[in-house]
Write a protein of this length. Structure first.
Length: 369
């Protein structure tokens, strides 16, 4: 029964998005989904192949290995991952699993099921149709994003976007103006207790839509004028609030199908807005140290909890209120015009409804010019 309800919600959600996508011929985004990293890893754990070096050579696995080491803040010799693969398969050794291999080894059957379902249901087209409604009709975006579906990786990152250049089939991570954006999605993080493959697939969709929004938004903003891309730590946080806020709103919409969130969600997001006010003010202080600025930025989205991620969660609340009270076109306008519009529209709503958690005037000052 639950599955049927979810399928209905899912259809309700996607039919309008698909029709909107067809009205926007200038939105030419392709997700090039590559499953070979997962195929090779599962075959190896399933003992259909014995070539651990071949598993390690897959591009998605290389990206996941490098990012796992970065997040664990450690370095390892180049053959370390191959040895970790062998020990995960042959000894089920889970001690110090920095590459996140144990969940895949332990849930092989569930992973195979979810992988088959994901391949069958044209993940890429659904996600592109969903995110296209957030971009203006005249956006003129033409972009191909490689998506590497993997079944391993650091436990703190279900998926991520990085910019990369490939040199002799090895990834080199580069800055904003170089290389191509790639998305890596860890399928094991979408598994759920009880193995309901329909819910797991919705999780895959919502995770990929979130990251795809970041990738497309990044490409779209790269073509914007400089005044929409302000510099300085407070402005950087404000930009993160909008970027993560809309991405999380998209994930929530896919998972909950537009249901009104429970009261504790409104409480938690209100506290996140209060913390965002404090952080934006502190980031404009003349006595701010680089160490403290870095800490405030990292906590805003990588603290490990919903409320702790005050920047992303405050942005989610702002995106939610703009969409619910002003509609999707208003949210799309903020994508076009940037964080000044995102905060500005929300500030207008706060003036109309004193129950909304307000952005402080000093915090708003960061986007005023
Ligand atoms: Zn994100």
């Amino acid at each position: 029964m639950r599955t049927i309800v979810q399928i209905l919600l899912f259809l309700l959600f996607f039919i309008p998005s698909l029709s909107r996508a067809q009205t926007n011929p200038q939105f030419d985004v392709t997700l090039r989904v590559d499953y070979s990293s997962t195929d090779e890893l599962l075959d190896y754990f399933d003992r259909k192949s014995n070539n651990s070096a071949r598993v390690a050579k897959q591009q998605g696995n290389q990206l996941a290995v490098a990012t796992s080491l970065l997040l664990a803040r450690t370095e390892r010799p180049t053959d370390d991952f191959v040895r970790a693969l062998e020990s995960a398969r042959d000894t089920y050794n889970s001690s110090n699993d920095i590459y996140g291999l144990t969940p895949a080894a332990a849930h092989l059957d569930e992973l195979k099921k979810l992988l088959a379902e994901t391949k069958r249901r044209r993940l890429d087209r659904r996600v592109v149709a969903t995110i296209s409604s957030l971009f203006p009709a005249d956006a003129g975006i033409s972009l191909t994003v490689p998506v590497f579906v993997v079944a391993m990786g650091n436990e703190n990152a279900a998926a991520f976007v990085r910019r990369v250049i490939w040199k002799e089939n090895a990834p080199v991570f580069v800055g904003d103006d170089q290389g191509e954006q790639v998305i890596v999605l860890n399928l094991t993080r979408c598994l759920m207790r009880g193995g309901d493959v329909e819910r797991e697939f919705v999780q895959v969709l919502s995770t990929l839509a979130h990251e795809s929004f970041h990738a497309v938004y990044g490409a779209y903003r790269a073509g914007s004028s400089a005044d929409l891309n302000p510099i300085g730590p407070a402005a950087a946080l404000a930009n993160l609030v909008q970027n993560e806020g809309i991405a999380y709103f998209l994930s929530m919409e896919i998972q909950e199908g537009g249901e009104v969130p429970p009261p504790h969600w409104f409480d938690a997001t209100k506290r996140a807005v209060e913390r965002l006010n404090a952080a934006l003010i502190e980031l404009q202080s003349p006595t701010l140290t680089p160490w403290r600025a870095r800490e405030l930025m990292l906590n805003s989205n990588l603290s490990g909890s919903f409320e702790g991620n005050y920047g992303a969660t405050a942005g989610l609340r702002i995106a939610y209120e703009i969409e619910k009270r002003l509609g999707r076109p208003a949210l799309t306008e903020t994508v076009r015009d940037g964080v000044k519009e995102f905060f500005g529209k929300y500030d207008e709503l706060c003036r109309q409804d004193s129950n909304l958690p307000r952005l402080d005037a000093k915090a708003l000052g960061v986007v005023a010019r």
